[in-house]
Ligand binder design. Structure first.
Ligand code: CA
Ligand code: CA
Length: 494
């Protein structure tokens, strides 16, 4: 009799705990810690992704081997601001209208409209710590963060005779500062402190590394570790002849010409690779802290990069295109609670980073806010062949989209020009199949996956220098007028 009662009490307890967990009442029993590593502008030049044969990234390779590596992961937008706004507020640009770059003051407004991922976790019982670049721009609101690192600035010292360029952004030179003076080292150290502490609540540690973002400068040891001769990109003569005006306008053709004329492409690519190794080194420091932490077995590591980067491919430099180099990113989830799993779990299906929010919510047994886009990737963590619900959509400016499935990419620009690539047969996206009658069916299939509705561009707080798409010309003219007005006011006040 007592036994039956006890079982009944036990069942009630278990059921109510589950109910509590899913109804977000703040029950924190056994909720996992989340280590969230955000990397800036890192493309697929990472060992396990095979994007460049000379990449040196032992720590990310190890993480990919232990966790689940999404081999075909894609950013929501090829620019920091729209990519991070989408991921952190959980809303696709074509629904939010946040296609462009925005001034940092926009976050106040966004906090009223959306619940960002760190705010969501904080409201649900997590202690949330942040360091470095998580949002685009410094945003350290108490709504989101229990604690946030203040970094120290140090003047950079450069190794003599190595690399080139002296601009604040356009610099490709290795540094000789002690590691602790550098931003990413400080950011990782803060994460290491958080991870090593004893916590009475589950924690969310967001660690935002800024390398390999420009300028491509990092400690000289990482530059020296790379060979003098860096493998150049594969190029096809006349590749760009089958691309429309809008597609071509997204390329930074001027940089490519300049680097070619100065014969420095090799140095640029080497400096980028070295910054990837430096980021990897800091990732390794954080991972070691996780392994040695008191709650290692109840911790999930999630690593992602906000978008990719062109370094000569398609005669292009930087991001800001809808092609594979701008789109494909490292994305790894290692749920250390899963102890009995096979190594080398790779998901080959295309997935978008818009799914990060809902995935983290499910991992923490929480219900994401209703408005949040995307879907949880927990099924793929349990079985890498579990089919994903939707392809990866990317937006760049209103009206410009890319749809990436496991083997195909469609790009449709606002002027209705299209590109279609078979990425399995043509990984460099050289051969645009959009106009070919034999691919009409495939084209239609992918066109049908494009967003059905499109939010107007949010124009308040816009920094419109980078906008491509249907609003580009109009905003350009308006911003010129605005600039003139401001100048007149200034002159009047003089
Ligand atoms: Ca970025
Ligand atoms: Ca082509």
């Amino acid at each position: 009799m007592i036994k039956t009662k006890l079982i009944a009490v036990f069942i009630t307890l278990v059921t109510s705990l589950n109910l509590f967990a899913m109804s977000n009442d703040g029950n924190q029993a056994n909720k996992p810690n989340i280590v969230f590593i955000a990397i800036d502008d890192m493309n697929d030049w990472v060992g396990y992704m095979d994007g460049h044969p000379q990449a040196i990234t032992p720590n990310m390779d190890k993480l990919a081997n232990e966790g689940v590596a999404f081999m075909n992961a894609h950013s929501v937008a090829p620019g920091c601001s729209p990519s991070r706004n989408a991921l952190l507020y959980g809303v696709e640009p074509y629904k939010s209208g946040l296609y462009a770059f925005y001034d940092h003051s926009i976050h106040k407004q966004l906090h009223q409209k959306y619940t960002s991922l760190p705010q969501f976790l904080k409201e649900n019982g997590y202690a949330t710590y942040g360091a470095g670049k998580i949002h685009h721009g410094p945003e350290k609101s108490e709504l989101e963060w229990t604690g946030y690192l203040e970094t120290d600035n140090h003047k950079k010292q450069f190794a003599r005779g190595k690399g080139f360029g002296k601009g604040s952004k356009a610099s490709y030179r290795p540094t000789t500062n002690p590691y602790g003076e550098l931003y990413d080292h400080q950011v990782a150290s803060y994460g290491i402190d958080v991870i090593g502490k004893k916590h009475d609540k589950p924690y969310f540690a967001a660690i935002g590394l800024v390398k390999p973002h420009l300028p491509f400068d990092c400690p000289v040891e990482f530059y020296d570790a790379l060979p003098e001769k860096i493998t150049p990109p594969e190029l096809l003569e006349n590749d760009l002849d089958d691309i429309g005006v809008e597609g071509n306008s997204m390329r930074r053709a001027g940089d490519d010409k300049k680097f070619k004329a100065q014969k420095v492409w090799g140095k640029v690519r080497r400096a980028y690779l070295s910054c990837i190794s430096w980021a990897d080194y800091n990732v390794g420091r954080v991972l070691e802290a996780v392994e040695n932490s008191p709650q290692a077995d109840n911790t999930i590591v999630i690593l992602w990069s906000d978008h990719g980067f062109h370094l000569g491919e398609k005669k292009s430099f930087r991001k800001f295109t809808l092609w594979e180099e701008s789109s494909r990113v490292p994305f790894i989830i290692h749920d250390r609670r899963q102890t009995e799993t096979k190594k080398q779990r790779k998901v080959e299906q295309a997935v978008s980073l818009i799914n990060v929010y809902r995935t983290i919510a499910e991992l923490a047994s929480l219900q994401a806010p209703k408005y949040v886009d995307g879907f949880s990737l927990v099924p793929q963590l349990n079985d890498q062949n579990s089919p994903v619900k939707a392809p990866a959509i990317a937006s760049w400016g209103r009206g410009n989209y890319s749809v990436r499935t496991e083997n195909w990419r469609l790009i449709q620009y606002f002027d209705k020009t299209q590109e279609l690539y078979n990425n399995q047969k043509d990984p460099n996206e050289w051969h645009n199949l959009a106009g070919k009658p034999e691919y009409k069916e495939k084209l239609t299939e992918l066109v049908n996956l494009l967003p059905e509705t499109e939010a107007p561009t949010v124009e308040e707080y816009i920094s419109n220098w980078s906008i491509y798409g249907a609003d580009k010309q109009r905003l350009k003219v308006e911003s010129k007028k605005q600039g003139k007005k401001k100048q007149k006011k200034k002159n009047k006040n003089k």
